[in-house]
Design a protein around this ligand. Structure first.
Ligand code: ZN
Length: 403
């Protein structure tokens, strides 16, 4: 590479993995986590992460289930996932981007455990650093104490409303649509069978394609809740749609099921009671996103007993169902669908009381044929085309009925 020849020698320091990166860009570069290992048993477990620079580290604890949350500055995780497979005290280990300035590791423990050491050490060779996390089992009472006494506020959990960036260039007459790519950052969602492609990447590709397709229609303006591999809590997604006064909210997913023979698209709307067992399972999994990332709200939202809000909610619900029906009509004969393709369950991401919302399971990564389609550019274009047609149909009827 020509650049590496031209770069002054001083920028290619021993700890600079990228070597040739210009000095100015190096400052904003994420820390590179290039190696990881885990060892131990269910009494004591050690996690070691190799980094190109020394990070700041903050440790917090969450209950139900017990989780150790390790917050880091922006970090790119470049080691193979299998190097940090959960073992010992931990039943699940997740790591990834939270936002452009931060990353997080969430260690989920089978039984309460605390870090007896969280230290950054320079490698003896002088190249790079190690983050060493030593965890030990603690009695439940001690763990409860740990959770209670930590000086961690609800704001730290990115609980509810992040800074909402208003969508630009919206005309008052625009029919505004929030397109939500499911999962992101630390929450990868499901995974393709060969481990190559996480759901978060598939949903982002579909969301971008859908927004582009919608934006090509006059009078319709679509925006993305996330346009990069960043984490958003479920309530942030809802808030982004509401604060921008979106007319519709469409969340895209491609999950896995235990039943590998089940395939086809499903359109979900919200309901307190699930339509069936499968719908309840899918909603449970989707709703666990905040827990995986350690961002669930620890304060209960105030109960709003507002009759107007109740009416709005019911009206919104009717619009959500009508959009779901338009999607099914548009898919009919073109896109393979599951049996009873309109299902409902208590999805948190569909709780906006004033924005008609649907969640589309495009297909299932657990099914071989669906997986092939989900990774196929031509099928994506076709599906996105059908979704855009459904929105066009929905809008035509709403406009005809006076908006
Ligand atoms: Zn999903």
């Amino acid at each position: 590479m020509v650049l590496s020849v031209l770069a002054p020698a001083s920028t290619a320091s021993a700890t600079d993995i990228k070597g040739a990166a210009p000095a100015a860009a190096a400052v904003a570069d994420p820390i590179l986590a290039y190696g990881a290992r885990i060892a131990g048993d269910d009494a004591r477990t050690r996690v070691v992460i190799e980094l190109d620079r020394a990070p700041s580290v903050a440790v917090h604890y969450l209950a139900d289930p017990p989780r150790v949350v390790v917050d880091l500055p922006a970090t790119a995780f470049g080691f193979p996932a299998k190097d940090l497979d959960a073992r010992g005290l931990f039943t699940a280990i997740r790591y990834g981007t939270m936002d452009k300035d931060s990353a997080r590791i969430v260690l989920t423990a089978a039984k309460p455990a605390k870090l007896v050491m969280a230290r950054v050490q320079q490698n003896e060779s002088g190249k790079g650093y190690r983050l060493v996390l030593d965890a030990e089992m603690v009695p439940p009472e001690q763990y409860a104490d740990l959770v209670r006494k930590q000086t961690w506020t609800d704001e730290d959990t990115a609980a509810d409303v992040g800074p909402v960036v208003p969508v630009e260039n919206v005309k008052p007459s625009d029919f505004l649509i929030a397109v939500d790519a499911g999962h992101g950052g630390i929450d990868a969602g499901a995974m393709a069978s060969d481990g190559s492609t996480p759901e978060k990447q598939i949903t982002l590709a579909f969301a971008k394609a859908l927004a582009e397709k919608l934006n090509a229609q006059p009078g319709i303006k679509a925006f993305l809740t996330r346009d990069s591999d960043a984490y958003l809590s479920l309530s942030q997604r809802v808030t982004i749609a509401r604060q921008n006064h979106a007319a519709l909210f469409i969340s895209l997913h491609a999950d896995t099921l235990k039943q590998k023979d089940i395939r086809g698209s499903t359109v979900y709307t919200i309901s307190d009671r699930a339509s069936d067992r499968l719908a309840a399972d899918v909603a449970d999994r989707e709703n666990s996103s905040d827990k995986l990332a350690g961002t669930e709200t620890r304060t209960t939202p105030p109960v709003v007993a507002d009759i107007l809000m109740d009416l709005t909610r019911r009206e919104t619900q009717a619009f959500s169902v009508s959009l779901a029906q338009d999607v099914l009509n548009s898919f009919n004969g073109q896109i393979a669908m599951i049996n009873n393709p309109h299902r409902y369950a208590g999805f948190q991401v569909l709780t906006a009381p004033d924005v008609p919302s649907i969640l589309v399971e495009l297909g299932f990564l657990s099914n071989k044929e669906d997986e092939k389609l989900l990774l196929d550019d031509a099928w994506r274009a076709k599906l996105v085309d059908r979704l855009a047609e459904a929105v066009r149909q929905y809008r035509a009827v709403t406009v005809a009925n006076g908006g």
